[in-house]
Design a protein around this ligand. Structure first.
Ligand code: BGC
Length: 736
């Protein structure tokens, strides 16, 4: 940071005669950052509040010439979508060597579930219910991404999502506040590590603040209209958990809340984030979300949008160029204060400093490290491990699975041979050429099988059916890999009908006519409606979009190398008409009673989902004893100790996720019929038993009252322990 230090030195010499030279070799303190801000022109300050994208051509990364000029003139202080050690170093040199003050760029990227070694989509990882593995996956993603020149990831996405039509359910941890909050913290710790100044840690970004997952009708970018209570109780906790884990940045969401777009929402940004939560990092907009306030009908033009957003506390403008275009003018008019600009600039510079960029702006561009870390054997092994722990066994009639290597298998389906679709949405710079497909894994492991594509993923061409049926005729069992291609979930990928595309179902029906056991391996980024499949398939494996090591993880589970242990982090409906359907709904004043007409139900479909939250089978069987609790009456400061004995009564070893649910029977704000309060993932050899204990503290009994204060109200609580949200709550405790 030679140039910056020379400039700083000149400044300090003019201000003080008592210079401490040693500070120049260290990270910058607040005073030094303030001195730098004092040297900046208003344009340079606004540059630090501006984030522009780099592009990617087939030949490699590129950047628009005018953005390069902006970097040179200090008008673009941050770049996203630029990556690789060499390219980012090149851009960094422009900022450091060719701009007046030489302030280093911050490089951001959507490293959502891996950088080059791609892990399962976040929803799938959540199905592992394994916080250590999830943290490890984020850690590896950070190691690879920082080796690729990156400083900042736009992750974790911590939006609670209860509408499976919304394509972005793929990016989060599902429907549950408790599980989602724990995972949010684990991901932040994974990305940011213990020390931001270490060159293998990234700034994380909790997004999308807030309530983006509540888009009406599950249509992406749609209006959100929820109560303040729902905001605090359901949508904010994972953000708070990310904050408690030290998340460095937040990203605003595209939606409005209470009629005010999140990017100008002072309640969210000032009252909650900076006020109640005392957040010290910086807030970035989503991609052009400030500009979009014009279309929302909130701002009359982009100039006003810039003013509203900035004055609401939004520090950095992603790609919209509205700060770039209008902030100076707004300052000149006295509508935006220079002090506020300095505060935002300082937040950003402090994080650049925390990353060590002022000491060495090129420390994240280490080509040797890039070569050795990315896609290393170790990273791929970890990706395989988490992918197989994310698989959920939904059906397994007559112990159809695991397969035996002596059985002749017909492997069918274009998704068995479609590497790109294994990666899911937001697959970073992951490449299909690095993916092990199911077909490749079967081939490499010399399984006893024949493959036929059978059909495309969509469309109406049935010409490949015959070959698939002919091959299936010769087989003992059929493994059909079916579901969604990667663009059918993720951003801007809402679906009204969340089913396996029709052409694949037609193929399935042709195969079913052979009366052979069919194992359906599902590749998808969201819950699907699978009522027909659940009745007609011998087995169903929910493999999601498992990432780079997809085929190996799937084969491990199919052949019993790994005994499936995943549990659904989101409810699978019987029918789209049930949506929203999630386990911790309220009871209503007329709870469903099939014999009473005037109760809360549908005439044509059941209320209960097909597969509930927390559900997932195993190749072994687990028996749960009667759970017990040490007290039946407690005071406000007592903890409860629960225990249950779980036994592996089957013939193979396996993991089980033991889940504890609670219901607060009466509340001044009505309480859900069930709330997950704790869980433990255990491993048991066949014939073994383990006592599993849980402590529930007075804090766990709390909820937000009508003043949005968290309290526990006296009264009765029911608890139950089991292996899905379907558990019966049969332990009563009274809070006095
Ligand atoms: C998405 C964000 C993402 C950003 C940058 C937006 O469209 O909503 O989640 O981080 O693009 O790629």
């Amino acid at each position: 940071m030679k140039k910056l230090n020379v400039i700083y030195l000149t400044l300090v010499l003019s201000l003080t005669s008592n210079l401490n030279f040693s500070c120049l070799a260290q990270s910058w303190n607040d005073e030094k950052i303030d001195s730098l801000i004092n040297l900046m022109t208003i344009e340079e300050k606004i540059g630090q509040l501006t984030l522009f994208t780099s592009d990617w051509a087939t030949t490699g990364p590129t950047i628009r010439e005018n953005y390069l000029d902006d970097i040179r003139s200090g008008k673009a202080g941050n770049i996203f979508n630029a990556h690789t050690a060499a390219y980012n170093e090149k851009l960094q040199r422009v900022a450091v060597e060719e701009s007046r003050l030489g302030i280093p760029l911050l490089f951001g990227y959507d490293v959502i579930h891996g950088y080059k070694t791609i892990f399962p989509i976040p929803l799938a990882e959540a199905a592992s219910w394994d916080l250590n593995l999830i943290e490890k996956s984020a850690r590896i993603a950070a190691e690879e991404a920082t080796a690729g020149g990156l400083h900042w990831t736009f992750a974790p996405m911590v939006d609670i999502a209860r509408d499976p039509r919304w394509g972005r359910v793929a990016e989060g941890s599902g429907e549950d506040v408790y599980l989602g909050s724990l995972i949010a913290g684990a991901r932040v710790r994974g990305f940011q590590g213990k020390d931001l100044s270490s060159p293998n840690t990234l700034l994380a970004c909790a997004k999308h603040f807030a309530a983006y997952g509540a888009a009406q009708g599950g249509r992406d970018y749609n209006t959100v209209d929820i109560s303040r209570h729902a905001l605090w109780e359901t949508y904010l906790p994972p953000f708070k958990s990310a904050l408690d884990a030290g998340v460095a940045t937040f990203m605003t969401s595209f939606n409005e809340l209470d009629g005010v777009p999140a990017s100008a929402n002072t309640y969210l940004l000032k009252e909650i984030l900076r006020g109640d939560w005392n957040f010290q990092g910086f807030v970035v907009s989503d991609y052009t979300s400030i500009n979009e306030m014009v279309a929302h009908g909130f701002a009359e033009n982009e100039r006003s949008a810039a003013m509203y957003a900035f004055n609401a506390g939004l520090d950095m403008d992603m790609q919209g160029a509205v700060y770039y275009n209008y902030l100076k003018e707004l300052v000149d008019q006295g509508r935006v204060s220079v002090n506020d600009i300095d505060t935002s600039v300082k937040r950003i510079l402090k994080l650049k400093n925390a990353l060590g960029l002022f000491d060495d702006p090129y420390r994240y561009s280490d080509i040797e490290r890039e070569k050795s870390v990315i896609l290393s054997e170790e990273n791929r092994t970890a990706a395989r491990e988490i992918a197989r722990q994310s698989v959920v066994l939904l059906e397994n009639k007559n112990n159809t699975l695991p397969l035996s290597k002596t059985e002749k298998i017909a492997l069918i389906g274009s998704l068995a041979d479609s590497p790109i679709d294994m990666l899911g949405s937001w697959h970073g710079s992951g490449q299909s050429t690095d993916v092990i497909s199911t077909l490749k894994a079967f081939t490499d492991q010399k399984m006893n099988f024949e493959y036929a594509k059978g059909s495309d993923m969509e469309g109406s061409d049935t010409s490949l059916f015959r070959e698939a049926v002919d091959k299936a005729k010769n087989a003992d069992k059929i493994v059909l890999v079916a579901g969604e291609h990667f663009n059918m979930s993720g951003e801007a990928a809402s679906r009204a009908h969340i089913r396996i595309p029709d052409i694949q179902i037609q193929l399935l029906k042709r195969l079913l006519a052979l009366h052979k056991p069919i194992i359906l391996v599902l590749i998808n980024g969201r819950p699907l409606c699978l009522e027909w499949e659940s009745e007609n398939m011998a087995a169903i494996l929910e493999a999601w979009q498992p990432g780079t090591m997809a085929g190996l993880a799937i084969t491990d589970v199919l052949y019993g190398e790994y005994n499936p242990s995943g549990k659904l982090p989101i409810t699978f409906p019987v029918d789209e008409g049930q949506i929203p359907v999630y386990y911790n709904m309220k009871n209503t004043g007329r709870p469903m009673d099939p014999d009473q007409k005037y109760t809360s139900k549908y005439l044509d479909i059941p209320n209960a989902p097909l597969y509930p939250f927390g559900y997932g089978l195993s190749y072994t069987s687990f028996q749960f004893s009667q759970p017990s609790v040490d007290k039946t009456e407690i005071n406000n400061n007592d903890s409860l100790h629960f225990s249950i004995t779980v036994s592996n009564t089957g013939s193979v070893a396996g993991h089980e996720v033991v889940q504890l649910y609670m219901r607060d029977l009466v509340g001044s704000i009505t309480r859900p019929v069930k709330e997950l309060k704790s869980f433990k993932k255990i491993y048991l050899e066949p014939g073994n038993s383990q006592k599993v204990s849980f402590t529930i503290t007075p804090d766990d009994l709390k909820f937000y009252n009508s003043d949005l204060v968290k309290i526990a109200e006296p009264g009765e609580f029911l608890f139950g322990i089991g292996n899905s949200s379907d558990v019966e709550l049969n332990l009563k405790v009274t809070l006095k």
